[in-house]
Design a protein around this ligand. Structure first.
Ligand code: AMP
Ligand code: ZN
Length: 116
């Protein structure tokens, strides 16, 4: 746990969240500022700042996150969805704890204009 990290505090229950999934390695909760009817965040319980710090030693959790996403999608009958990871400030990462956005429930564009 990083004591200054917002998502570590959410995982520890120090800050409330709308939990949608939890197992020994993964925590998932509703994004506070949703961009689509379904917008959840999937995070490893261990603090990893960002995708560039994924290594052979810690990458197991990335597979577990995608397993968790598939389970939640199936249980909520979400047949089509987008998974997003922003890495670094220019790409739009605002919380420095690795997270994957699960976005669904609306028709999504693709290409340069959808990058905003
Ligand atoms: P990113 O911009 O990729 O780093 O994504 C961070 C996400 O965290 C944004 O979509 C925010 O809306 C979301 N967020 C920030 N604070 C909270 C919070 N307390 N609970 C839930 N989601 C949050
Ligand atoms: Zn953290």
């Amino acid at each position: 746990m990083d004591k200054d990290c917002l998502f570590c505090k959410i995982i520890a229950g120090e800050i409330p969240s709308g939990k949608v999934y939890e197992d020994d390695a993964v925590y998932a909760f509703k994004d506070i500022n949703p961009i689509a009817p379904v917008h959840y965040l999937f995070v490893p319980k261990t603090h990893i700042c960002c995708a560039k710090k994924i290594t052979a030693e810690n990458s197991d959790v990335v597979g577990k996150i995608f397993e968790a996403i598939a389970k939640v999608a199936e249980s909520e009958n979400i047949n089509s969805y987008r998974v997003i990871n922003n890495c670094g400030e220019e790409a739009g990462q605002s919380v420095m704890h690795l997270h994957f956005h699960l976005v669904a429930g609306k028709k999504m564009g693709w290409g340069e204009q959808s990058l905003g």
